[in-house]
Design a protein around this ligand. Structure first.
Ligand SMILES: [Zn+2]
Length: 245
């Protein structure tokens, strides 16, 4: 990424908290290559079209995050039509499990390791306290372990007892009525996965999907996060040297 000046670098890569600038967890982990992204861009008409899909898809993800967090917070809200199936999957999950939110969209800081971030939800889920990270992706990727380890480390640094890490993946898709294929629409991009190649798909209604996974291997994930941070600092040495002056 190109930065116009120090102000631009600081605003896009971190937070200023109590007069101290900290790099953001999501900026740090973006240093890790994501080979699946090459395939995504290769499937697009051109790079600009791919960027548009990514932006729209991120906006849809943000909308689902905000809606789910409003529901968790007990707010009475109008659910946007385009995410209704996914939200229904979430409310079903909420009714079948005991979820007590303690904090939402909370800023976390690690002074020991010099980074900051924002957690989705700190919650008690069926009697255990942990970080619940909401994802609107097609699958649960190992990279999420790196991000959530950084959050848990920062919370524990400030005295929170050991925390569980959960990924709650919420999505929606149409299922073929003739084969196991699924159709997803994200940011205007239609993707069909699985099923039979020669099937003349007949799509059923859009259905919500929900998947909860508890992440194991905190120490290993934290090591991977610190390795990302080391590389990220190396990559951005030019700007970081100006900040540390
Ligand atoms: Zn089919």
């Amino acid at each position: 990424m190109f930065y116009q000046d120090l102000k631009h670098f600081k605003s896009t890569s971190g937070y200023e908290i109590d007069g101290i600038w900290y790099p953001r967890v999501t900026s740090i982990i973006s240093i890790k290559a994501k080979p699946a992204l090459y395939k995504f861009y290769a499937d697009q008409v051109n790079f600009a079209a791919g960027e548009k899909v990514k932006t729209l898809s991120a906006e849809e993800g943000t909308l689902l995050h905000e809606t789910v967090e409003a529901i968790l917070g007990g707010k009475d809200i109008v659910i946007p039509e385009n995410i209704k199936p996914a939200v229904k999957a979430f409310t079903d999950f909420k009714n079948q499990n005991e979820v007590i939110p303690h904090q939402m969209e909370t800023r976390i800081i690690s002074k020991n390791h010099w980074y900051a971030g924002t957690i989705d939800v700190l919650a008690e889920l069926n009697g255990r306290l942990g970080v619940l990270d909401i994802k609107t992706s097609y699958a649960i990727y190992r990279d999420y372990g790196i991000q959530t380890a950084a959050y848990v480390e920062a919370l524990q640094e400030s005295g929170t007892p050991p925390l569980v890490r959960w990924i709650l993946r919420i999505d929606q898709a149409k299922q073929c009525l003739r084969c196991p294929a699924k159709l997803r629409e994200k940011g205007g991009n239609i993707k069909i996965r699985g099923g039979k190649q020669d099937c003349q798909h007949v799509w059923g209604p859009t259905m919500g999907e929900i998947e909860l996974r508890e992440l194991e291997g905190f120490n290993d994930d934290m090591k991977a996060f610190l390795a990302c941070k080391h590389l990220w600092e190396w990559e951005h040495k030019y700007w970081l040297d100006k900040i540390k002056l």
